[in-house]
Design a protein around this ligand. Structure first.
Ligand SMILES: Cc1cc2nc3c(=O)[nH]c(=O)nc-3n(C[C@H](O)[C@H](O)[C@H](O)COP(=O)(O)OP(=O)(O)OC[C@H]3O[C@@H](n4cnc5c(N)ncnc54)[C@H](O)[C@@H]3O)c2cc1C
Length: 242
């Protein structure tokens, strides 16, 4: 079994995303102990001191969150969508600030980059950008040379996570192409699936890897489109959550 760790981590910083006066998502940067190792795309389990699981609904104490940072960076970063109360994320939003503590255990999961593909397709919607961001940062830091394509769907500019950083990475990495689409603003709103349908994939699809993360319906549909486009099912990897 692969090694996991459990530790308390200090919150180094928080970026809030606000829609209609409500915090709808947070990017949280946590202290990373030196011994903690993981692979880009994996997730950690999180809980907070004082959190009481709901009586009738979700009784679990721990929640899973994909790590958005690369193992080569000196911190752990999470991108968390804040749900309506009563919920774990609402409790977190009310009770966790910079300088506070969170309990972390992990790493977990097999949504990780495979060795030696000829090209990589990265497909994300909403906070599904979290593990994909971890992979992009890792590929950038390791100076990957193969073609990388990012397809990213978001709701509107208030919920366009990592927009500035991604623009910068794309400007600095000639082998990374990015297409984005907003579903609730602009003259041509649509979902990320539309980008995939319209894109002319060239190259040997048998030798390319595809990673998809986002809500279950989007993931299933994106997977179906990629298979129709000729990508083998065995080289499409997916993580689903709402
Ligand atoms: C591998 C993996 C990776 C993930 N990565 C991410 C990520 O990077 N970012 C991210 O945002 N999410 C991620 N998730 C989802 C995350 O784990 C949680 O499921 C998500 O944050 C749910 O929100 P919550 O915990 O606040 O809601 P919960 O507390 O689970 O509540 C869910 C819903 O039920 C309602 N509810 C809860 N208790 C009650 C009650 N007593 N009575 C009535 N209604 C109630 C709440 O209002 C809420 O709408 C991931 C999941 C997995 C499995």
């Amino acid at each position: 079994m692969l090694q996991t760790w459990e530790f308390e981590s200090e919150v180094l910083g928080i970026e809030n995303f606000v829609q209609d006066g409500r915090i709808i998502a947070r990017i949280i940067r946590l202290e990373k102990p030196e011994y903690f190792s993981f692979q880009a795309g994996q997730f950690a389990m999180i809980t907070i001191h004082g959190y009481e699981p709901g009586e009738n609904r979700n009784k679990q104490l721990w929640r899973a969150y994909s790590i958005c940072s690369s193992p080569l960076q000196g911190y752990i970063e999470l991108c968390i969508s804040i749900k309506e109360p009563p919920s774990f994320t609402h409790f977190m939003n009310e009770n966790v600030q910079a300088g506070g503590k969170m309990k972390v255990k992990g790493p977990y999961g097999g949504f990780v980059l495979r060795e030696n593909p000829e090209a990589i397709n990265l497909i994300a919607a909403g906070t599904g950008i979290a593990p994909i961001m971890g992979m992009i940062r890792d590929l950038a830091l390791r100076r990957a040379k193969i073609p990388l394509r990012l397809f990213y769907g978001y709701r509107n500019s208030n919920q366009h996570y990592y927009s500035e950083e991604l623009k910068e990475v794309v400007a600095n990495m000639k082998n990374l192409g990015m297409l984005t689409i907003a579903s609730r603003e602009g003259p041509n709103p649509g979902h990320v699936q539309k980008l995939l349908e319209d894109f002319d994939f060239t190259g040997d699809k048998e030798l390319e890897d595809t990673y998809i993360c986002g809500p279950p319906k989007m993931v299933d549909h994106a997977k179906e489109i990629m298979m129709q486009k000729g990508f083998p099912k065995t080289r499409i990897y997916a993580e689903k959550y709402d």
